[in-house]
Each structure stands twice: as structure tokens, then as C-alpha cells.
Design a binder for this molecule. Sequence first.
Ligand code: SAM
Length: 261
Amino acid sequence: MPSQAFRTRMHTPRFHCPLPVSAGVPLNLPAPTAHHAVRVLRLQTGTAVVLFDGSGAEYLAELTVTGKDSASVLPGPARFPAVESPLPVWLGQGLSQADKFDLVLQKSVELGVSALTPLALQRSLVRLDAERGAKRLAHWQGVVVAACEQSGRVRVPRVDGQHTLAQWIAGLPVGALRLRLAPEATLDVAALELLAQGVVLAVGPEGGFDPAEVAQLDAAGFVGVRLGPRILRTETAALAALAALQAWHGDFRATGPIIVE
Ligand code: SAM
């Protein structure tokens, strides 16, 4: 039977608040959040909501509708649900068609990703100029926040604007295991012993990495690994790898293995 706290988190509208939230301190919701609560969800005064500001805490709060498009909240005590994966995963995803990329973004947030960087690669079917890139980044940030609200996360993963491979590699954390997803690799992802403090995953676009990009990644310490013998679409590959990593080294196995006789 799920706990009361879990049921509350499942069924109570959750909102990300970009302002710091403090227990017992009334807060006017920022305009877009208030609009969503009052106009889209049509919540009434007295409704219980959950707020999180990305700091790792969340707050049960009571909503007061103060206008056609405005609302305030009174947050209760902070609570710290264990919903963030102990395994940091930084995903570099080849830029793909908009709907596919949105899918990877939304689902990778649900699967606990720490940060996601869109990579402009030779075989990416999509090219973004500066103006479209800025618009797309704002859209991606909205997708990430919505996925956090829905999935109960209390930290908001970083999503970057598009990067070249060289820019991404230059900013990567040191000490993480660097994996290049490659259908032709001979090493299976399940065979890896994880001794590092997290994983960096590089996933090719629809047409895969070109040979120069493979060489660039491998020179930066990436190891090619495969996810079974079938060719996966780019969006499937990223999500399968995240699920596999959570199962072997993250929080899909928080209770330890169960032996079924
Ligand atoms: N012909 C392309 C190639 O050989 O790379 C296929 C590209 S696949 C549609 C897109 C990306 O998904 C690949 O670059 C790779 O990163 C990843 N991928 C697809 N299937 C995979 C598998 N079985 N194992 C590991 N990665 C895979």
C-alpha cells in the first residue's frame, strides 16, 4: 500500500516555482505558473498543490486564487523525497527531428538524467540557426520542467542549447565513465563494471556518428558499447541506455535483487 506522502505526490498538482520557496512564507506565483493553475487547470482557492524550486525540497501548499490570472500559495514544511538518482548521467544526444528530440528530453528526465546537451553533428537531419536555436532552447526548458512536475522530480536537469561535439567534450565532468553508443561495438553495456562517479553517454543522430566524430569521441576517452544486436532508432537508444544504467547502477535497483524461486 503506497504511503500517504506518495499518494499526495501522485495526485496533487505539482508546480515548479522558479523563485526560492520557504516554509510558512506566502508567495505570489509567477505569472505563467499562476496562469497554468488558475486558467488551464481551473484550480480553486483552498486546493492543495505541491511546489518545488529545484533545490531538492518540495512543499505541500494551499492555493489562494487572487485574480483571473493570479494566485498565491502558503507553503507547509519542506520535505525531501528520495527521487533523484544516485547515478549522475550526462547525455549528449545528436540533434534529431523536433518530435523525436522532445520525446528523448521528456523521457530522459523521467528516467533520471542529470543534464542533456543537443549535439549538432555531421549527420543530424536538423540544423538550427541562432534565432531558431534560442526558441528551441526555451521550448526544451519547458519540456524539462513539465516532465519534472509530472514525474515528481525535485531537481531540474540542465538542458543546453545546441553544442558542437568539441564544445560538449570540453565541458564534460572529469572522472565519469564515457560511453559512445555504437551498434557495431563488441562490448555490451551490461558487461561494464561501474567504478566511476557517473556516466557520460554519447548518442548519435538518425544517421549515426560519422567516422571523424567517432575518432574525436574516442580520443576524449569514450568507449563504444552496444545495446543488444538490433539497430535502435536514436530516441530508443538513449532511453534504453538510461533505463539499463538505472537498472544496473542506479535507482531501479534501490531495494536490491529479488530472488524468485
Ligand atoms: N547506421 C547508423 C549507425 O551505424 O550508427 C545507425 C544509427 S542509429 C539509428 C542512431 C544512434 O543510436 C547510433 O549512432 C547509436 O548511438 C545508437 N544506437 C542504435 N542502435 C544501437 C545499438 N544496438 N547499440 C548501441 N547504440 C545504438
